[in-house]
Design a protein around this ligand. Structure first.
Ligand code: ME8
Length: 518
């Protein structure tokens, strides 16, 4: 019988991993933030969702039981204000925006298993159960809230935190709020959180961001105002229905309402989440407030909150007023879905900030995707077409590939490191063609080189699939092999029926015939 390792994965249907040396398969639950629906999705939303998709797909390739959640955050003052501006009721307004999110995810090949809306009956029904648990722990009391509220960020600030009287996060106007409110005893969880961070070193990820959180928690935690009487667009506070829950407290619950907490099979199978992938600006909510709420409710906290970096656009912050907000659909239409997915993940490690420019995107498309990956498949199939003998030989190229290393990089959410390894292998395979000069070879010698190239491209096809699902599919189709799993990423006998198809990537040529964007 297999033993569940280090609680990394919840025991259930546990099986041996593709590498079957003690590594066990299990479940993998990954989430994105649920996005505000006050506007249509942009490149920032696309980035988090694509990164989560790549990780979810990777775990499916390993054979893990995966649940990948994304969705929309539809309550709160910001949405109510946007609805009013649009002359709609809040519900009419959110219903009109949500399809834009669903469409963009479909367009970008996002493989989410569920899409949660905070206006879903299921969410609105389950949130009060969680709040009840917190109240039963004695962690909610009535008080008077006075503070500054930033509507666009749905965040409260103290006088001291304001910068020049404005929101310290987004530098916009804040408004003074003074009203009766219920508070969550966040202050009670300071020691418990600090202890938890110590005993679960992977929880605050990436590591270099953990210090900031730990220091802030050490500075002391203030109780959190969690209800409003001035706002109607939200979930009622179950203990006093005149009050509506603060949108963040309600929204965080989505990660378990989507699983049918407390009795749903999905909750039993998938909770605690393996990764909450979020942008760094909402790390505090996920790394401090959310685990404290869960401690209070007697629910296990997630295993990891990974706070990724932010994109700027050509060196500037993206903003509507600057008119530089990147539309993911436009990028995918112009350069292809896979080139866009690839460019976002190739630019920098997941935790770092990065700058998006179409020029870099075109360079990557032309040089890395068309000239390296596309060309490798094309060259391999050209040789295969003119060769009629036996495809067999010694695996030589296998030495340039360490799939186990790539898997462990992905396990550590190092998508950047994994892509480096995969593309180093693609480079090695192209170099192999140059070195062997197969156009000068015949008979068994050619069959041997071709064997190595066909097996290498077959494996590359599998490894790139989580990053570029359409490309992985096309590679398998042109090699005439079924789409494999991670367990198939080893050199064996090649049993495909290769047939050259369309080029994987077309170089981008602009109107003036140049291969760059501007
Ligand atoms: O904060 N670069 O929703 P939101 C990288 N509803 N990622 C970016 C980005 C950028 N420039 N801009 C946005 C909310 N993002 C809440 C979340 S969760 C319980 C509630 C991504 O619509 C990044 O993931 O403002 C960031 O955390 C998220 O979009 C914020 O989305």
């Amino acid at each position: 019988m297999l033993i569940c390792l280090a609680q990394k994965y919840r025991c259930g249907s546990v099986a041996a991993s593709p590498f079957s040396d003690g590594d066990l398969l299990g479940k993998f639950y990954i989430t994105t933030p649920i996005y505000y629906v006050n506007d249509k999705p942009h490149i920032g939303h696309a980035y988090t969702t694509i990164a989560a998709d790549v990780l979810a797909r990777w775990h499916r390739l390993r054979g893990d039981d995966v649940f990948f959640l994304t969705g929309t955050d539809e309550h709160g003052e910001k949405i109510a204000a946007a609805a009013q501006k649009a002359g709609k009721t809040p519900k009419e307004f959110v219903d009109s925006i949500v399809p834009a999110f669903k469409n963009v995810w479909q367009k970008l090949d996002i493989s989410n298993d569920f899409f949660i809306r905070t206006t879903d009956e299921q969410h609105e029904r389950i949130v009060p159960l969680v709040i009840d648990k917190i109240a039963k722990s004695g962690d909610i009391y009535k008080g008077m809230y006075t503070g500054w509220y930033c509507v666009p960020d749905e965040s409260f600030w103290t006088e001291l935190q304001l910068v020049d009287g404005k929101c310290p996060e987004c530098h916009r106007e804040v408004k003074l709020v003074q009203e009766e409110s219920y508070f969550f005893r966040l202050s009670r969880y300071q020691d418990k959180l600090l202890q938890f961070y110590k005993t679960h070193p992977g929880f605050l990820s990436p590591k270099y961001r953990s210090k900031e959180i730990i220091n802030r928690v050490k500075d002391g935690l203030k109780d959190l105002s969690i209800t409003r009487t001035t706002l109607k667009w939200g979930v009622a506070f179950p203990q006093d229905k005149k009050h509506v829950l603060y949108v963040w407290v309600e929204a965080l619950c989505n990660y378990i309402t989507a699983l049918d907490y407390p009795d749903g099979q999905k909750f039993k199978t998938f909770w605690p989440a393996d990764v909450h992938l979020v942008g760094k600006e909402i790390n505090w909510f996920h790394s401090v407030i959310w685990p404290a709420m869960l401690f209070s409710a007697g629910i296990e906290p997630p295993k990891m909150v990974f706070a990724h970096g932010w994109w700027t656009m050509d060196g500037q912050k993206m903003s509507k007023s600057l008119g530089n907000v990147v539309d993911p659909i436009e990028m995918a239409d112009k350069y292809s879905v896979d080139a866009f997915r690839y460019a976002l993940l190739r630019e920098m490690p997941l935790g770092d900030d990065g700058d998006f420019s179409e020029k870099t995107m075109v360079t990557r498309l032309n040089n890395e995707l068309a000239a390296e990956l596309g060309n490798l498949l094309n060259r391999t199939l050209t040789i295969a077409e003119r060769y009629e003998g036996k495809v067999a030989g010694k695996p030589e190229l296998s030495e340039a590939l360490d799939v186990k290393k790539i898997d462990s990089l992905m396990e550590g959410l190092d998508t950047f490191g994994a892509l480096n390894e995969i593309f180093a292998f693609i480079k090695a395979a192209n170099k192999y063609v140059n070195d062997k000069e197969p156009w000068k070879l015949k008979g068994d010698e050619l069959g041997h080189v071709l064997y190595n190239l066909l097996e290498a491209t077959r494996i590359i096809g599998i490894l790139v699939t989580p990053f570029m699902p359409g490309t992985g599919e096309k590679i398998a189709a042109q090699l005439g092999v079924p789409q494999g799993t991670l367990g198939d990423c080893k050199f064996g006998a090649f049993a495909g029926k290769p047939k050259k198809g369309e080029l994987l990537f077309k170089k981008f040529v602009n109107a003036s015939g140049k291969t760059h964007a501007h």
